[in-house]
Ligand binder design. Structure first.
Ligand code: AMP
Ligand code: GLY
Length: 424
């Protein structure tokens, strides 16, 4: 039995914490900073995910032996390396890659170079800095619309622009490179060929040698019905993806997952953790759109509940590089997750609205995200407030249950998409 710390405060971290508490291998569970949901099943620690000194102090104080890193930020900033380089901490299992490998998410150019080096299918691209603006324009001239411009660095999920006209693409390229539209993140810009296809996400857990492919998921990023309006952190997810049949999954494994894990090994990029591979399928052929070095949110809230295998056992195998010795047991049912969001989100919205009816939900899982406890009530504290996950024999029946359970929950301004799966 070990003490475990989950870093993060979203629905993803509530779902990870919920699963970890079911493990007989877990003694005390801590979440930093956590939310009102994790407070009901674990001890929340009031520590920011990037405050490595405070995390160290807490780890020693609470005799924590495993840290599960939810978001990308601490990984890209090297939390795993900080632990490995500290004699007090180096024995602790950190689930999440070291800094060098975390560049797969921290730098789009690094990811593209990795994909090319290992012959993994992806969109054609070139990258440019401010003094290569003219070359950037010339490359845009050779492409067909729409144009895909990506800030190289982390831009809180906002660094990708898809632009219809050449003129606007050139002007945005200048905004990014010269006028620092995304700050330091757009010092370099990757310009990519546009791929027209259907997206899905593949999740992999690796110990650096072996890997397990976790359930697939599809997320819904736009605020509006029919995938319209502004991008959000994610309005819902469906797992498994109905069109990800055995033939497609075999292509994904052979052409993408295997060469990714082998590429990490060849490049001497130690990796112990989740790889989230964003894919697009064009004419039945999968290509990589992006790597993330963590689980997705809200995909985690649909994917993790479908894993029957003990998550702590899986994480210990990641630490010990014995993932090949574990059999992954997946619930064949579909899981669908619907995000309840604050009115106005992803633009300005109000916080502090009391959330009613959570305990009335009996047929679905409720994962808190932007929600906190205040004077014994649960109130909204963010744009994405909570994720409701329901199961069914197929995604439609799972969605019906999710929507019927959601009708029991209310807070002022509540909003959610009612059309998940419309495109399947
Ligand atoms: P990313 O942050 O790289 O996942 O990009 C955000 C979104 O932009 C993706 O989920 C896709 O919907 C879209 N996207 C990114 N790259 C491309 C591409 N090469 N072709 C078409 N759509 C893309
Ligand atoms: N749902 C997309 C992400 O977590 O990046």
């Amino acid at each position: 039995m070990i003490n475990i710390l989950v870093l993060g405060s979203g629905g993803r971290e509530h779902a990870l914490a919920w699963k970890i508490t079911q493990s007989p291998l877990c003694n005390h569970l801590y979440v930093a900073p956590g939310n009102s949901g994790t407070a009901t099943i674990a001890h929340n620690l009031d520590i920011s995910v990037n405050d490595f000194q405070a995390i160290k102090a807490s780890v020693l104080e609470h005799k924590i032996e495993m840290i599960v890193v939810g978001p990308e930020d601490p990984l890209v900033h090297g939390i795993h390396d900080v632990f490995l380089n500290d004699s007090d901490l180096k024995h602790i299992a950190v689930i999440g890659p070291q800094q060098a490998a975390a560049q797969l998410e921290g730098s789009k150019e690094f990811a593209k170079e990795f994909l090319y080096r290992h012959n993994i299918p992806t969109a054609a691209y070139q990258s440019f800095t401010a003094n290569e603006l003219e070359q950037g324009y010339e490359f845009l001239n050779t492409l067909n619309p729409p144009y895909v411009l990506k800030a190289d660095g982390l831009a809180a999920g906002k660094g990708v622009l898809i632009i219809d006209t050449l003129e606007e693409a050139k002007s945005e390229l200048k905004n990014m490179l010269v006028d620092s539209k995304f700050g330091a993140a757009s010092t370099k810009v990757v310009i990519e060929e546009f791929l027209d296809g259907i997206e899905l996400s593949c999740f992999v857990l690796t110990d650096g040698i072996h890997y397990k492919i976790l359930p697939t998921a599809k997320d819904y990023k736009r605020i509006g019905e029919g995938d319209t309006g502004l991008n959000t952190g994610g309005m819902g997810a469906i797992s498994p993806v109905p069109f990800a049949d055995d033939i497609l999954m075999q292509k994904i494994e052979e052409r993408i997952v295997k060469p990714t894990v082998e590429g990490l090994k060849k490049d001497q990029l130690p990796y112990n953790g989740f790889i989230f591979i964003g894919l697009i399928v064009v004419n039945n052929e999968p290509l990589v759109i992006e790597y993330n070095v963590r689980m997705g949110d809200p995909e985690t809230e649909a994917v993790i509940p479908r894993i029957n295998t003990d998550l702590v056992e899986l994480f210990l195998a990641v630490k010990n590089q014995t993932l090949d010795q574990i059999k992954l047991d997946i619930n064949p049912q579909s899981a669908t997750t619907v995000m309840l969001v604050s009115g106005g989100y992803p633009e300005a919205y109000e916080k502090g609205k009391e959330i009613h009816g959570i305990t009335e939900v009996k047929e679905a899982l409720v994962f808190h995200a932007g929600a906190k406890l205040e004077n014994q009530s649960t109130v909204t504290s963010g744009g994405r407030v909570m994720a409701i996950t329901a199961f069914g024999p197929d995604y439609k029946s799972a969605l019906n249950i999710a929507y019927s359970e959601i009708s029991k929950i209310n807070f002022e301004g509540i909003n959610y998409r009612t059309d998940l799966g419309f495109d399947l």
